[in-house]
Design a protein around this ligand. Structure first.
Ligand code: ADP
Ligand code: ADP
Length: 228
């Protein structure tokens, strides 16, 4: 079954069409790599899926529910998607508090909150840094905190916008491991924007190629990456 379905999507800025996707279905439990050169419309597509921007035309469905439909049950839908950006946006607070933010907003019971936060920090190897101020972290550590913050929310769909673009190779591999883990152990559907074909080859089950706002290729990763 599909997690996300896109229907007749179009985005214009100043009357210029920057994205045009007639149709796309993202299977539940997949890791879909959105690939393409700079300016191809990758981030725009991800932002529209995550409702950070509304499209000029067309619809995005999450489990067959229109994500732009404002009915109350939709609040629940909204919560099932979480996004991690290229640059981690951390608050000037401790590592622990940064990871706990989303759970606090949901009024999660303190005992459960502590458990989830500490467990996520352990997963990303930052348990010892839990009381350290976020602004003192290295780039790799900061992105791992941002990832832990997404992890504790138990999303059904994880949206990643070039999450490893600024990281050194060791941190890239760590992040890729966390992504794979969330996908395989928790069944999280992952949609990841990357301009790195090698990264897509390493972790994507499906790939979508965008070029000048058009979806030029779409399918299982093995179709594109398997050795002949
Ligand atoms: P990618 O993520 O593939 O690099 P983007 O989705 O960021 O591409 O951008 C696609 C196109 O849309 C680019 O030509 C960019 O200049 C344009 N664009 C993106 N955001 C805006 C905006 N807020 N206003 C005007 N043009 C924009
Ligand atoms: P705020 O100032 O935002 O209210 P608090 O300092 O009260 O944040 O901490 C928020 C929650 O996180 C509390 O439940 C606190 O017990 C817990 N907490 C904060 N730091 C740690 C830590 N290092 N280890 C375990 N729990 C922590």
């Amino acid at each position: 079954t599909k997690a996300i379905r896109i229907d007749d999507l179009q985005m214009q800025y100043n009357k210029r069409i920057v994205l045009s996707v007639p149709g796309l279905e993202i299977p539940e439990g997949s890791i879909t790599g959105i690939i393409g050169p700079s300016g191809a419309g990758k981030s725009t597509l991800l932002r529209i899926i995550n409702r950070l921007e509304s499209p000029t035309r067309g619809k995005v469905y999450l489990h067959e529910q229109d994500v732009w439909n404002q009915r109350s049950e939709n609040m629940k839908l909204q919560r099932t998607m979480t996004m991690v950006f290229q640059k981690p946006t951390l608050l000037d607070k401790s590592v622990f508090q940064n990871v706990a933010i989303g759970l606090k907003a949901r009024n999660v019971d303190k005992k459960i909150l502590d458990e989830k936060v500490l467990s996520a920090l352990k997963t990303v190897g930052l348990l010892e840094l839990k009381d350290q101020k976020a602004k003192t972290l290295s780039g790799g550590e900061a992105q791992r905190v941002a990832f832990a913050r997404a992890m504790v929310l138990d999303p059904e769909v994880l949206l990643l916008d070039e999450p490893t673009a600024n990281l050194d190779p060791a941190n890239v591999r760590l992040l890729e491991d966390y992504i794979r883990n969330m996908n395989q152990k928790k069944g999280v559907t992952v949609i990841m924007v990357t301009h790195n074909l090698f990264q897509a080859k390493r972790i994507a089950s499906h790939v979508a190629f965008l070029y000048e706002g058009n979806l030029v290729e779409w399918g299982e990763a093995s179709r594109f990456f398997d050795a002949p």
